[in-house]
Design a protein around this ligand. Structure first.
Ligand SMILES: Cc1ncc(COP(=O)(O)O)c(C=O)c1O
Length: 375
């Protein structure tokens, strides 16, 4: 049976990985400045992560959500230390799209309304409501297009106010920093106004922190740069360092009832072990400090490359914007310099999403390689 051919593949076959290095089947090392789509948070094959998962699978890997799972409870106790949302509750699922799907659904249950406000260039996943709230008609099938979604420009407070005052909006969903969209972000003034307008109009504010969350921006959540609070925060990617786990943090305003949300695999023992390992390493190794130090180091260095017109983003979620399209540069970096980087909807922007444990020397290697590719 052949694989359903939906991914254009680079001709590389990774077989093992450690820290920020990935080796292919010929033992060629690649430096990972993409983290497999911003997923790798504490580094590939971190020993604490390997131990947590190995010990857990030797005990029990999975049982259903109809039994007590103390690991879910533990995660619920540990997350508030990091998240700044001690009174919120946690619902666990398996991926980013599923987290947003549940967030949008919960908001709709809560408000008994159905229209969603999303933003131009957004990406929220590929499932029903999540893809409808994604600004890319190519991946929205007719079955998804039935959802009522209005797309607004980032920072357009007037339009936002007008839409919310119509009274039929259930939720606003927004990435604190756009990932796939190319590192665009709303201003602090905009985010504060958004929070205020949602409250005034009883609209649920959903912050999609799937890519920019979990320390990637230099704060645990990127929306915390604007000193605002969301009603629901969606998580995935860095949460499991590669193990599929996602979730939503839910304000105490929302009432749970049996069967309202549910999943077979979400929050299973292995997923929780992975998520607990990530948080333990984040704390013990002061990962947030590393993100901020390396981010500063990175930006200082790369702003000396004249071909880079702008550096966008925060922490270790960065975009290098050139005045030419970067597809060839990205290929050169992979095949000639053995370095993974990412692209985005902005064809001139190279997306940088390394493991949050990245070090100076690895940044130096990317710097020298990139310089030699663009000169
Ligand atoms: C901001 C954001 N939201 C949602 C998703 C969807 O996550 P997943 O691919 O795990 O479904 C992504 C994935 O890239 C994302 O970047």
């Amino acid at each position: 049976m052949s694989l359903f051919d939906v991914y254009p593949l680079y001709n590389i076959t990774p077989e093992k990985a450690k820290g920020a290095t990935v080796w292919d089947k010929k033992e060629i090392p690649y430096l990972d400045f993409y983290g497999g789509h911003g997923v790798i948070s504490i580094g590939h094959s971190h020993p604490t992560y390997v131990n947590y998962l190995t010990e857990q699978v030797n005990k029990i890997g999975f049982y259903s959500n109809s039994i007590i799972n103390p690991l879910q409870e533990k995660l619920g106790l540990v997350l508030p230390e990091f998240s700044g949302y001690p009174d919120y509750s946690l619902f666990l699922c398996n991926s980013g799209a599923e987290a947003n799907e549940n967030a949008l659904k919960l908001a709709s249950f809560h408000t008994q309304k159905s229209r969603v406000i999303a933003f131009k260039n957004s990406f929220h996943g590929r499932t029903s409501a999540a893809v409808a709230a994604t600004d890319n008609t190519k991946i929205v099938a007719p079955i998804n297009a039935q959802q009522k979604v209005t797309f607004l420009e980032l920072n357009d407070i007037d339009s936002l106010k007008k839409e919310l005052e119509k009274g039929d909006v259930s939720s606003v969903i927004i990435e604190a920093i756009q990932g796939v969209g190319g590192l665009e972000e709303g201003s602090t003034e905009f985010f504060r106004e958004l929070e205020k307008l949602c409250k005034q109009n009883q609209v649920v504010l959903i912050l999609d922190e799937i890519q920019c969350g979990y320390g990637r921006s230099g704060k645990f959540f990127a929306h915390q740069y604007h000193d605002i609070k969301a009603d629901i925060i969606s998580l995935a990617k860095g949460m499991g360092n590669g193990f599929p786990v996602g979730g939503i943090l839910i304000s105490p305003e929302f009432k749970a009832s049996y069967g309202l949300l549910g999943t077979t695999f979400g929050g299973n023992h292995l997923a929780c072990a992975a998520a607990l390992a990530v948080l333990e390493v984040m704390k013990n190794e002061k990962i947030l400090d590393n993100v901020n130090e390396q981010s500063q180091y990175f930006i200082e260095k790369f702003k000396t490359i004249p071909q880079i017109k702008r550096i966008k983003g925060k922490g270790l979620m960065l975009g290098l914007e050139f005045d030419f399209e970067i597809a060839d540069l990205r290929k050169k970096l992979i095949y000639e310099k053995n370095i993974f980087t990412g692209n985005s909807n902005n064809k001139k922007l190279l997306r940088i999403l390394p493991p949050l444990t990245i070090k100076n020397q690895e940044i130096d290697t990317l710097f020298e390689s990139l310089k030699s590719c663009v000169q």
